[in-house]
Design a binder for this molecule. Structure first.
Ligand code: ADP
Length: 540
């Protein structure tokens, strides 16, 4: 028997139409090179509709890729919706990728037009001759100063928009492509994920759940996470869908500038990777942060010490989330379940240092990589984390590497090693390729790093495995000392004793000025491995 309910497609135009009807006076604040700009959702929606006309007048074909090379801003948000709501596909380019990777991505996605912030134009100009399919370059003036590239016709965003009339949205299939995003490619070329209207709609609803991030109309949401990094974790969409005020920091990305925005705009939900929050905390000291409601953080493991430092200073620990470009990205959030809420504070802190239970709509399992058998949720058995759900990718765009990343029964192989607790909390042990394999046993680089970062003199720490004649690999720690503090290898090892098993203790601790970071601000183990490729561990 069939149900008697309406079968209405889940399309992104619904979010824009709600913003224009229900919350037109709510605000989108954008940081610029020179200050902040603000516009209402009503103004933003009208500009988004004009942008649809602009895409039509540029003869950008249906389904063509509309690329952005931009900071987080209201203009970027106009593109976020004008492309999919006119039957085209948004393609956010990561502004920090290596030139060869950008060329690869633009050509692989066959981008038709690129919208670029003036302040970022200098990065793109040298690559223009390598782009095979791009027909238009549209510059968005954001206070930056770069000159237009020579010999290329350059269009101006505001001029195009001021000559355009607002258009109707194109109403297509809910499973049509809405946006695409490439993984930041720590190994090999980046892989493209294509989100649909439906997957983005459902992921947005999930971000609004109280047992997830719980974004609602009364929030002021600040995605510090770039709009090119896995959809800004769904927070830009969540802002439009609910009418929450949005604060988009643009190029104002220094810790001091972010702290100013949090305080001055009375942000309730700021979100970013751990390295962002490491920098911002000292800048918030003694300031009015009373508006803050929750601080979502993910992209890499959140050190317990960092979350606890926030709890001590602001009365608000960090809310850890786990996900991937392939999972839209939010798949689990470390909320505290009611039956665990009375645990001692230290155990609660451990819980918050996990990656939390899967959000409603996502299924997770851990699997033996050799046999494919599902493993028990006993808090100690480690296996590959796999994910399934309506906003989880089922393949990559035009890529023969898809076969390795999905199981025969259609689950995503995340490449993360995890344990599941009996309460359903995921604990990421490591990425498969970062685990230190010592004498056939595994050492979690993530856990070691987190323990080292609990030392008060440590600003950052990353652990990699280096070759060892007897054990195959042994842990090697690179540590950044906080300004005006001192630390020795012996002190680090003494601090770790009792906190981790003795055989986990790094064979060597070196002190460096900075841990190399990836294009999305995570510790780059690949670069660290390259940096110490010829390093020989001391013999015991
Ligand atoms: P990239 O693979 O280029 O880093 P993603 O941003 O898609 O791009 O990264 C997804 C990966 O980031 C996950 O597979 C996992 O290894 C890591 N990750 C994300 N969130 C967390 C978290 N809260 N704790 C530990 N690792 C995380």
């Amino acid at each position: 028997m069939q149900g008697t309910m309406q079968d209405r497609p889940l399309r992104l135009n619904h979010f824009v139409e709600r913003a224009e009807r229900y919350t037109p006076s709510k605000l989108i604040v954008s940081g610029t090179a020179t200050g902040v700009e603000q516009r209402t959702y009503g103004e933003w929606a009208e500009r988004t509709r004009k942008l649809v006309s602009v895409l039509d007048s540029l003869e950008v074909p249906p389904e063509a890729r509309v690329a952005t090379f931009a900071w987080n801003s209201a203009r970027h948000l106009e593109l976020y919706f004008a492309a999919p709501c006119s039957g085209r596909v948004l393609h956010t380019l990561n502004i920090r990728l290596f030139p060869e990777q950008l060329t690869y991505i633009v050509n692989h996605a066959e981008d038709d037009v690129i919208f670029v912030d003036r302040s970022l134009l200098g990065l793109l100009t040298p690559l223009l001759p390598s782009f095979r399919t791009v027909r238009h370059l549209v510059v968005m003036d954001d206070g930056g100063e770069a000159p237009n590239p020579e010999g290329v016709s350059v269009l101006n965003y505001e001029e195009l928009l001021s000559a355009a009339e607002p258009a109707e949205f194109f109403l297509g299939d809910e499973n049509a492509a809405a946006a695409m995003c490439y993984t930041s490619g720590t190994t090999g070329n980046p892989k493209g994920v294509i989100y649909t209207h439906r997957s983005t709609y459902l992921h947005t609803l999930s971000v609004l759940q109280a047992d997830s991030i719980g974004v609602c109309e009364s929030d002021t949401v600040m995605p510090v996470v770039p709009m090119f990094h896995a959809n800004a974790w769904g927070l830009a969409h969540a802002g439009v869908a609910t009418g929450a005020n949005l604060v988009l920091p643009g190029p104002r990305m220094t810790p001091a500038a972010l702290a100013d925005l949090i305080v001055e705009q009375r942000v309730t939900v700021p979100a970013g990777v751990p390295t962002i929050w490491m920098g911002v905390l000292p800048e918030l000291k003694g300031r009015d942060t009373s508006a803050l409601r929750t601080i979502p953080c993910g992209g890499s493991a959140v050190p317990k010490a960092l979350s606890e430092a926030y709890r001590e200073q602001l009365g608000l620990p960090i809310l850890q989330a786990w996900g991937m470009t392939e999972t839209s990205p939010i798949a689990s959030v470390a909320i505290t379940r009611s039956w665990l809420a009375d645990l001692p504070e230290d155990e609660l802190a451990d819980l918050r240092a996990s990656q939390g239970p899967a959000v409603l709509g996502v299924e997770l399992r851990i699997v033996d990589q050799e046999t494919g058998a599902e493993l028990p949720w006993d808090g100690s058995t480690r296996g590959e984390l796999q994910a399934a759900g309506p906003w989880i990718a089922s393949g990559y765009y035009n890529d023969d590497r898809s076969a390795d990343s999905f199981t025969p029964d259609g689950w995503l192989r995340t490449g993360d090693v995890a344990v599941m607790t009996p309460d359903g909390y995921v604990r990421i042990v490591d990425r498969t390729k970062d685990v230190v394999k010592s004498g056939g046993e595994w050492i979690s680089s993530v856990e070691l790093e987190n323990e080292i970062m609990a030392h008060p003199a440590v600003a950052e720490a990353a652990v990699i495995g280096l070759p060892h004649p007897k054990w195959g690999e042994r842990p090697f720690a690179a540590v950044v000392i906080r300004p005006e503090m001192t630390l020795t290898q012996a002190e680090v090892l003494e601090f770790l004793s009792g906190r981790v098993a003795n055989w986990w203790l790094p064979d060597e601790v070196v002190f460096i000025d900075e841990i190399p970071k990836t294009s999305v601000g995570k510790f780059s183990k690949k670069d660290l491995r390259d940096q110490f490729a010829d390093h020989v561990l001391p013999s015991d």
